[in-house]
Design a binder for this molecule. Structure first.
Ligand code: PLP
Length: 395
């Protein structure tokens, strides 16, 4: 062929992390085929969909098989019944948004990746360590990225004073965070919103793990006064309702968000979505609506409580050993400092070989993740309890 390509893709690092983990695990299990591995690296839910969601989806599928209730293409930005349920969900979290500001999608990852379509070549600020999609989607667009470091000193919560000079930027924040589990409190998030308002910056706020929040900290950035003038929020049913394989999420683009020349970001996102996206299937949106009903929230939270118990078992084990960690409380992730100053891949090997536990080396989430390690609460109670026992012996 004689076509050119988007050269920016050449700047993206290979996603070696999970393939490298798989290859080290394979090598070990070839040597020790009888080893009983416990996988604490998993970033995916393991409990099935709540019953109320399954029932709603079944009813919706039946409707699709009947002429009178069959539905064709859904509205690109989502059915009103689901958008209204999302608005009510925000009200419960003390945040006022309007139905026209909600855009239903097939998940947070797509929206995070696609938002670059409506933005120009701004300077991008991303905390490190980080969920890799923010960095890679901006590299694909040829944007200049400045990383700001999360570390033990700031509790893995990077703050605006780490940005060298004032100016309008696009800032990605993820709270509760993947991979560190750290979460901003109201004061910290207010500092970010004030910074964005005073510099004319845009915050892209990823609240995919908000359902895990237990402390009195924000579930949404719109709990902070002024956030509707500087922030887009992306959220997901994946971790809240177990939709990782079902696929549904939403993005809030407030009408008050205007670019430097006064263009409405809300209108641009609507234009972008109606051009390149054809909506989420009706049964999935009915399932998502059911997840946001009172009974749905009760059933979803029962699942989240199950994962929380795992997180607290793991946290107690690490505290008992005097090991520093963040997360675990408002998040399914626990981010621990590798003991004995080990680097994260050496610690990975030690856990694999000496305790048959598989986790995720922090270095895979960015340079600032070196020396740290992510374990997750998405296992069963039994496997997590057994992992805790093994960790107590090993560490
Ligand atoms: N945002 C963060 C921080 C995540 O960790 C993930 C998935 O692990 C996503 C977004 C993706 O969510 P979704 O399944 O809705 O695409």
């Amino acid at each position: 062929m004689n076509i050119s390509i988007n050269e920016n893709y050449k700047h993206i690092k290979e996603t070696y992390l999970f393939s490298e983990i798989a290859s080290r695990v394979r090598k070990y299990t070839e040597q020790k085929p009888d080893a009983r591995l416990i996988r604490l690296g998993i970033g995916d839910v393991t409990l099935p969909l709540p019953g109320v969601v399954v029932d709603a989806m079944n009813r919706a599928v039946s409707e699709m098989g009947v002429k009178e209730t069959f539905r064709g293409y859904p509205p690109e930005s989502g059915y009103p019944f689901l958008k209204e349920a999302v608005v009510r969900h925000y009200k419960d979290n003390r945040a006022d948004i309007d139905v026209g500001e909600v855009f239903i999608s097939d998940g947070a990852k797509s929206d995070i990746g696609n938002l670059v379509d409506i933005l120009g070549n701004n300077e991008i600020i991303i905390p490190d360590p980080v969920y890799p999609v923010y960095v890679d989607s901006n590299l694909m667009n040829g944007n200049r990225i400045t990383l700001i470091t999360g570390n033990k000193e700031n509790g893995f919560l990077a703050m605006p004073d780490q940005i060298a000079s004032a100016g309008a930027r696009v800032i990605y924040l993820c709270s509760p965070n993947n991979p560190t589990g750290a979460a901003y409190d109201h004061g910290q998030l207010r500092t970010w919103v004030e910074y964005a308002l005073s510099t004319g910056s845009l915050i892209i706020y990823d609240s995919a793990y908000e359902a895990f929040v237990t402390d009195d900290i924000p579930h949404t950035i719109y709990e902070i006064e002024g956030a509707d003038r500087c922030a887009i929020e992306v959220c997901s049913f994946s971790k809240f309702a177990g939709f990782t394989g079902t696929r549904c999420g939403w993005t809030v683009v407030p009408r008050k968000l205007l670019s430097s020349d006064g263009t409405s970001l809300n209108k641009m996102w609507l234009r972008r979505q109606s051009t390149k996206f054809n909506g989420v299937s009706y049964p999935v949106q009915r399932g998502a609506e059911a997840a946001l009903s009172a009974e749905g929230i009760r059933q979803c939270m029962a699942n989240i409580d199950y994962y929380r118990e795992n997180a607290s078992m793991l946290g107690d084990t690490l505290s008992g050993k005097g090991i520093y960690y963040t997360g675990g409380k408002n998040s399914p992730y626990i981010w621990l400092q590798c003991p004995m100053n080990m680097n994260s891949w050496d610690f990975f090997d030690m856990l694999l070989y000496d305790a048959n536990i598989v986790g995720t080396p922090g270095e895979g989430f960015g340079k600032a993740g070196e020396g740290f390690f992510r374990i997750t609460a998405f296992g069963t109670h039994e496997s997590t309890a057994e992992a805790c026992g093994r960790l107590k012996e090993l560490l």
